[in-house]
Design a protein around this ligand. Structure first.
Ligand code: ATP
Ligand code: MG
Length: 577
């Protein structure tokens, strides 16, 4: 069996590691528990599960849980099931089931033939519920929802028993069967566990196990009109699947006694244990499917896969690779204390990965036309450009060069400030892979706006070096106007302009939406080698950032999403610390 090396023990789990820090998963507290369980012979193999509710698309927080559950299974030679926790027919849909499977696979994890649905266990769960009633451990309560809430008490006051709590088991059983048969409308009865109305843990004050809901389920149709609650379903599903370590987020800590109570009072085929870890929180975004659904429904974003969304579908469309996301999950580690991770760390992981892999190309976002007056009108040259300096095997490509080019408007200043080394009147710069050029004239429109530059080139500097050894202070990118392809470029900024949009007391979290999170450049120009680029392909536009071909792209109408700029804010933060 392949186990993690305990010598890599990591006391700083949960704090982001910088730069090229260790890639191997450290031994966090969950892996330490598993190691102990295996050493003590409590388990021979490890079985985990990832249990999403299909009520929305997965987000980067789910990726943490996926990497943990599937990652542990991989490392220990165990198994990880994908199980849909589909007990709430009102909110769940097949579209979400499909997207969740796509996203887990995209992260390169595999559940083999272990795809399960809690709804597959409805018959068995129903039998378990009858068993609890017969054993005097559950009863049908006929109070209204409001009355039940009133009876529940508060953190400081104990609860009160329902007048139906001690109705005979036979009566509860009869009512429960009639609930199932559809004799009662929603909300008239519930099945409750008989535990302790005085428990300091409110969840243990006779929690609801089943409720009536006359609603069609995306898998079981109209077969059921009563549905089991999460707390009843989850632990039993784990037990039925022989899960050894049931890993969930900290907000379920108070549910653990109930998890154990259910399993202790039923003849289950295995005895799983629940362990809780801190969920991932990320700055400048929200991470709850309910909130993300609101953004989608209110059209604040363009769907679940909008590249500004923290969903895996959105990040993928934005150009974030699975490698970057998995590396991010490794770096943040697994701990028991809540913390918020800086979005800049995720961006760092993306840049680190793309720097290694993304082919370099040239594109001009905000074009300024230049005419090289001493370059022959009809001549077209092909200059040789390096595809990826980080990967010599990636080779070179030919880029057409001609008399009329586009440069980035930002790379020219008529009146350059100090330390501006790029193009200016009378100044010489290098065009990447091509020639030295000198700006000799400016053409302006009636408003005084610069519309074109006149330049000369030095034919002796082909390839970008002067034989006389003279230097220039700047190298800038360009495209040949006659050959470049038009492209729409979508630039993204953070979705919220508040580091913790959902955390504030005052105001609506949606008030913190960043109105400038999307800027569209309708016509930029990119080099012609991109003609055949497929949706999903990612490039580094030299000096500008990483850009990913959007599925909206059509032949001769390319669309790119900016994945990330080149500026690495995380590295700067690190330096300051
Ligand atoms: P949300 O509030 O976003 O809907 P959820 O917990 O209700 O999240 P589920 O579909 O129930 O969503 O989650 C499936 C699994 O993913 C659960 O085990 C849950 O603990 C885990 N998970 C959800 N959000 C996070 C997060 N931010 N960080 C780590 N794990 C998470
Ligand atoms: Mg949930």
């Amino acid at each position: 069996m392949n186990r993690p090396d305990p010598s890599r023990s990591d006391s700083s789990a949960g704090t982001p590691k910088s730069g090229g820090a260790s890639k191997a998963p450290a031994v966090d507290f969950i892996r330490a528990i598993i190691n102990e369980d295996l050493a003590a012979g409590r388990h021979k193999t490890v079985a985990t599960r990832f249990p999403p509710e299909p009520n929305g698309y997965l987000h980067i927080g789910h990726a943490k849980s996926i990497c943990l559950n599937f990652g542990i299974a991989e490392e220990y030679g165990g198994t990880c099931n994908l199980r849909f926790d589909d007990t709430n027919p009102v909110k769940e849909e097949q579209e979400y089931v499909d997207s969740i499977q796509r996203d887990v696979r995209w992260l390169s994890f595999d559940w083999d033939d272990r795809l399960y649905y809690a709804s597959d266990y409805f018959d068995q769960l129903y039998e378990f519920a009858e068993r609890l009633i017969q054993d005097g451990k559950a009863y049908v309560d006929s109070l209204t929802a409001d009355e039940i809430r009133e009876h529940r008490g508060t953190l400081t006051e104990p609860g009160r028993e329902s007048p139906f709590r001690n109705r005979p088991a036979a009566e509860s059983l009869d009512l429960f069967r009639r609930m199932r048969a559809g004799e009662f409308p929603d909300g008239t009865h519930v099945l409750r566990a008989k535990i302790d109305m005085n428990s300091p843990n409110i969840l243990m004050r006779d929690p609801t196990l089943y409720r009536i809901r006359h609603a069609s389920h995306h898998r079981t149709g109209d077969q059921w009109c009563i549905y089991p609650m999460y707390d009843f379903t989850h632990c039993l599903s784990d037990a039925l699947e022989h899960i050894t370590h049931s890993i969930c987020t900290l907000e379920f800590e108070n549910n653990r006694p109930l998890y154990d109570w259910v399993l202790d009072h039923l003849p289950v085929p295995s005895r799983p244990h629940q362990y809780e870890f801190a969920r991932l929180n990320l700055t400048y975004t929200v991470m709850s499917k309910r909130k993300l659904l609101e953004l989608v429904k209110e059209r604040r974003v363009n769907g679940w896969d909008d590249p500004r969304m923290p969903t895996l579908a959105g990040l993928r469309r934005r150009g974030y690779s699975r490698e970057a996301i998995r590396s991010f999950c490794d770096r943040i580690g697994v701990a028991k204390t809540e913390s918020t991770v800086d979005l800049a760390l995720l961006e760092f992981c993306v840049r680190e990965d793309l720097n290694k892999r993304a082919p370099r190309v040239m594109g001009v976002l905000r074009p300024l036309r230049i005419v090289i007056e001493n370059y022959p009108v009809d001549r077209i040259e092909e200059v040789e450009a390096i595809n990826n300096p980080e990967e010599p095997e990636a080779g070179t490509r030919k880029v057409p060069f001609s008399r009329v080019l586009y440069l980035e408007r930002d790379d020219f200043r008529e009146d350059p400030p100090k330390k501006f080394y790029r193009l200016a009147p009378g100044r010489e710069v290098r065009l990447r892979y091509a020639y030295f050029i000198t700006c000799t004239g400016i053409v302006k429109d009636e408003q005084g706006e610069v519309t074109e530059l006149r330049c000369t080139y030095d034919p002796a500097t082909r390839g970008g070096d002067a034989p006389d050894g003279r230097k220039v202070k700047s190298t800038i990118h360009w495209v040949s106007a006659a050959h470049a392809l038009p492209a729409e470029i979508r630039l993204y900024d953070r979705l919220f302009n508040h580091p913790n949009p959902a955390g504030g007391k005052e105001g609506d979290w949606k008030d913190h939406l960043n109105p400038d999170s999307l800027e569209v450049i309708p016509q930029a120009w990119v080099e012609p080698s991109l003609r055949t680029a497929r949706a999903g392909a990612i490039f580094q536009f030299e000096r500008l950032g990483y850009f990913c071909v959007d599925p909206d792209s059509r032949l001769r109408a390319l669309v790119f999403n900016r994945t990330a700029t080149l500026r690495d804010t995380w590295a700067k933060i690190e330096q300051r610390q």
